[in-house]
Every structure is written in structure tokens, then in C-alpha cells.
Design a protein around this ligand. Sequence first.
Ligand code: NAD
Length: 503
Amino acid sequence: MSLLADNIKSLEGYLARFRASSIQNRIAGADVPGAGGTFQTISPVDESVICDVARGTADDIDAAAQAASDAFAGWRDMPAKERRGILIRIAEGIEARAEEIALCECWDTGQAHKFMSKAALRGAENFRYFADQVVQARDGQHLKSPTLMNVTSRVPIGPVGVITPWNTPFMLSTWKIAPALAAGCTVVHKPAEASPLTARLLVEIAEEAGLPPGVLNTVNGFGEEAGKALCEHPKIRAIAFVGESRTGSLITKQGADTLKRNHLELGGKNPVIVFDDADLDRALDAVIFMIYSINGERCTSSSRLLIQDTIRAEFEAKLVARVNNINVGHPLDPRTEIGPLVSQEHFDKVTSYFDIAKDDGATIAAGGEAIEGPGFFVKPTLFTGASNQMRIAQEEIFGPVLTSIPFATEEEALAIANDTPYGLTGYVWTNDLTRALQFTDQLEAGMIWVNSENVRHLPTPFGGVKSSGIGRDGGDWSFEFYMEQKHVGFATGQHKITKLGAL
Ligand code: NAD
């Protein structure tokens, strides 16, 4: 049997339980049907119904927030070593079920197995990394003044909401949930409506690992219904959100009345700048990888190629040959490099840019077509002859679509790179150290890589500037969001207290 056939057979085994009964919400360790009935989740691979999913409403969010609130003191006060042990066991549970997670994720989202098998394991890494931070997460400082011994410590903020998107949903969920739990917070998770399968697996794994009921609750449903209610709930102290920039703005408005703390990881239109002194073979590999892997449905994708005019023709010619050679196919086939886009709605959005590019006067140098269904497949696409004012250079397309823009000088490259509402990542290819230092200093982005694709290192800060977000994940930055600083001043002696009313 082929590896594809093997994977399909294994997937069928994993899906049987979802098909037999709908995915329910998980609140206080129990399955709960959605107060709003159910909705269907559809596979983008063949457009078949995978299963019914609980449609959570404000009532379900209320029950989950109450459960998270009830569980908070117990989880917060559990000895750090015990909490650490549970997080390690969650990582082990993820590793044990990595194949199931990867196959379900591919079927639910259309992502290629080539990338999702690693994403599942990165989810485990997130839990292991933050498990190791549990013991010292609450440590603080001793700030002595003449009359006081001032002591700071960090305490978990309380029950938090985590709202996640459909691109690599398992990995992104663990990225938020692992530090929240490590900090001592309890969580209500609202996964994206387009990708509910692996959120269900995560809460099961967590409970099997010994996470007490109510510490992690999962409420499925739509953003404007369950998501909105979560942002508005008075018992939820903070919202960790990953998604589109315009949704990030709604999250902020919805949380205003209850003074929510929000962490927003939003969209991007990230530039990769290739100068003519760079190692062009490596630059080519990285440019292709950073836009065509993960179906281009990646916030950190380098969707704008800024190419120096001296090497443009040669670089673009090589690019076209490679892009036309990318293997689009069934996501469970290990040879597949691009699978289908997540949904009909997203497919319509991505393919609409093929006409927009033509109308704006750009050239479609590769792709620019859908592939006949069933399934939401598109050809990997390259637009050339573009200017940075075109919509294909300004708007986040979020598919396997690259816009190439020429530049002549360093100053021009910098001006183009920064001329966007976004500022998530930037990639600079040059062997001139001074240029790299100056360029990165002036590039408006939260994260920049020089002569490298995006390589995530968990202790480093992850996040964007401008419309790409507010706040940082990673290392201690995650704890700054999920925890509050607390100060206590102890008098060291009998310092003078100003007396009022004692004359
Ligand atoms: P989206 O904003 O449409 O949805 C994200 C989540 O928000 C979903 O769970 C959705 O149900 C929920 N939601 C929608 N409206 C809501 C509302 N009014 N209140 C509360 N919740 C609401 O995003 P998407 O289409 O699922 O994901 C793609 C986007 O995510 C892209 O813009 C991408 O760049 C971004 N993204 C950013 C990062 C990052 O780290 N910066 C990482 C991955 C994805």
C-alpha cells in the first residue's frame, strides 16, 4: 500500500468517533452540547462533511467561564512541581498522539502532512518549554528602600480566554494555552469554527494527563457569537487572540466594558528583501519556503519579494521554474507540498486576487488559476511587475501567492518595505554586515531574520508592530501577559508616619 493509502486508512480510524457523534463543548471536565445546536465542519480536501460540532452561545461561554473561575484557586495554589508534572504529561500525551493530531489537522484544514507532523510535535515542545518555567514564573525582586523592604512577585491574572484561528490551529493553541496554564491561569478556549478537531484532542489529552476539570474548557462556535461573548464575559480577565487584524480591533472593542487585557497576534504583509550581494541560492530556497509552505496560510509568510533590479530577471526566472514545480495535491500524500485552502470562503478570497492583479497591471508569472475540484486547490502563484501601491502588495492574501517588486537602492527598498499597515516579520538577504545592521535597525517589524527563513526559538519574543499586533509571546514575555506584578512593602523599622489631626 502507498503511504497516502496508509495515511487515509489511519485517518478513517481516527475520524470514526467524530462521525459517530458530534464534537461537544468540554466544560468542567464534561461533554456539553452547544446551546445553539450544531454546525458542520467540512473537509477542504473533498468538501465532505467531517462531523457536526456544538455551536456554543453566550450561555455556553457563561458556563465555561464559571467553570474556569471555580477551578482557578485550586490550579493557582497547586504546588508548582505538580503543575509542572501535569504539563510534561500533556507534552507526552501530544507526542503519543502526534500522528492522530497531524492527520486530523490535515483533513480539517487542508494543510500538507509534511508540515503538520512537525506542527503537532512543536505543540508538545511548547508544553515542555513552559513546564520548565513553572517553578520560577512567580519569582520577583527585592527592592530595598531606606524604610521598607519592597518585595515583588507575579501572580496569575485569573481565568483567561484563548481565541485561535484555523491555520496550524493545534500548534497555535498550545502556544497560548501552555504558558497560560504554566502561569497558573485557567482557560476557556474558543477554537476557529473551520478547524475544531484538534482542539478537542488537546482538551482530552490535557485531562488524561491529570489537568483538573475546569482548568481548560473548550467552547466551539462562531466568532461573532461564542467569541464575542468570551471577550465580554466579566469573569474572564484577559483575551489571548490570534487572527485577522480587523478581528483584533473587534476584540478590543468587545472587551472595553470589562477592561480586558488583550494580547493580539494579527496579520502581516511581510517583506523579504534580496540584495544582489546575497547568497542567492539560499535566498531562493528561503523565499519559496516562506510563502509556499503551509499553503501560504501563515502570518509570518514573506508575501512581498523586494528584489534588487540588478538580479531581478535571473532570480524571477529561477523562481518561476521552482514555483511551477511545487507539488500540489492530497494533503496526506507525503510528497505533497501544498494542499487545498481551508474553506470555500477563503478559496474565493485568494482566487479573487488573480483578477485584481491583472486589473492593477501586474503580470501573472506562475499559477494564477484554481485547480478543478472537488476541494479548494489553487496553483502556487507569482505576480511580477508589481508596484507597492497595488492591492496585491498591500493586502494580506493568506495563500500561496507571492508578489515580486523591484527596487534599485537600499533607501528605496526600506521605503517599500515599511510602506504597509502591517509590521510582523521581515527577512533581509545580504552579505554586507553594515547594510544588514542599518536596514534591520530601520525596518518596521516585530521580528526580523537576516540570511534566514523564520526559525522560531521559544525564548525569543514573537509578535508584531503596527496593525500586526500588540504584545509578545515567548519566554518570559508570555508570563508578563498571563500574570500580574504584585508589590508588598514591609516596614524595616519605626519610620516617621506623618500625623494628621493630631495637632
Ligand atoms: P479570524 O480573525 O477570522 O478568526 C480568528 C478567531 O477569531 C476565530 O476563532 C474566530 O471565530 C474568532 N472571531 C471572529 N470574530 C470574532 C469576534 N467578533 N469576537 C471574538 N472572536 C472572533 O482569523 P482567521 O481567518 O481564522 O485566521 C487567519 C488570520 O490569522 C490571518 O490574518 C493571519 O495573519 C492571522 N494569524 C496571525 C498570527 C500571528 O501570530 N500574528 C498567527 C496565525 C494567524
